[in-house]
Design a binder for this molecule. Structure first.
Ligand code: PLP
Length: 247
């Protein structure tokens, strides 16, 4: 793997990041929100490490990955390229319980907690990591909410939301930071994000500390910001079409 990008690619990333930041600022202004309330996570799945290094040089500090194996390799590569960079790495994909252990060494937030079984598996691995002296304190997580209950996309359906957030609150290894959702493509965005916002409100009422709402991607970040999103996860608008073949 080359350690750095050709200058054209770096310039391309700079332009794309500028455009995404401008969209975010405009969306915040339109919604009457302070731009500091909304953080930008770069979704770097299938993107090589030198792109991530460029984005760090351009001032980004938050990144998200959706495959345990690819992410572990990339985080190690990025750490070698930019040692000492203070970064946040979120996990945003479907997570099998047997992959939790591989994710824990690098992850700062798991956004895709969508079942009691997964929550308990993470809690157990956090306890083990603590016993080995590898970490202290609970892991911040978001509960992933399913707007339409479609099991393909992941997320806990509406009727399981309260039970899951209560469980996460009660597990000592997890810290409930808020809610995450992916808007279904077949639904009118305005309506989908209104439903997501309503679920986030419910969670916050029950758990006042769970203030984060991770919602909005390249195509719909404006609607998401208008509905109270505090984290947008942007892939293609920042990095273009995927470049590493998916496994
Ligand atoms: C890929 C992905 C994104 C980014 O999507 P884009 O449309 O490329 O911005 C956001 N969230 C999740 C969970 C993803 O898997």
């Amino acid at each position: 793997m080359a350690d750095s990008n050709p200058p054209e690619r770096t310039a391309d990333l700079k332009e794309r990041l500028g455009a995404v930041r401008a969209r975010l600022d405009a969306a915040c202004r339109a919604a009457g929100r302070d731009p500091h309330e909304v953080s930008l996570l770069a979704v770097t799945k299938t993107v090589p490490a030198p792109d991530v290094a460029d984005l760090i040089d351009l001032g980004l500090t938050g990144f998200a990955e959706n495959r345990a194996q690819e992410a572990a390799t990339k985080v190690a590569e990025v750490t070698a390229l930019r040692p000492g960079a203070d970064l946040r790495w979120h996990f945003v994909g479907g997570l099998q319980r047997n992959k939790v252990r591989a994710v824990l060494p690098w992850v700062t937030c798991i956004e895709s907690v969508d079942s009691p079984r997964l929550a308990r598996a993470i809690d157990k691995e956090v306890a083990k990591a603590r016993d080995r002296g590898e970490r202290s304190g609970p892991l911040p997580v978001l509960v992933q909410y399913s707007v339409d209950g479609d099991p393909e996309r992941g997320g806990v359906p509406d009727d399981g939301l309260d039970e899951l957030t209560d469980l996460v609150r009660d597990l000592p290894g997890l810290e409930l930071a808020g809610l995450m959702a992916v808007a279904p493509l077949d639904r009118e965005p305005e309506r989908a994000f209104a439903e997501i916002a309503e679920a986030a409100r419910r969670v916050r009422e029950r758990h006042p500390g769970a203030t984060e709402l991770s919602a909005g991607m390249s195509a719909d970040l404006e609607v998401a910001v208008d509905h109270g999103s505090t984290v947008v996860r942007v892939g293609t608008a920042l990095v273009g079409e995927r470049r590493i073949a998916s496994e």
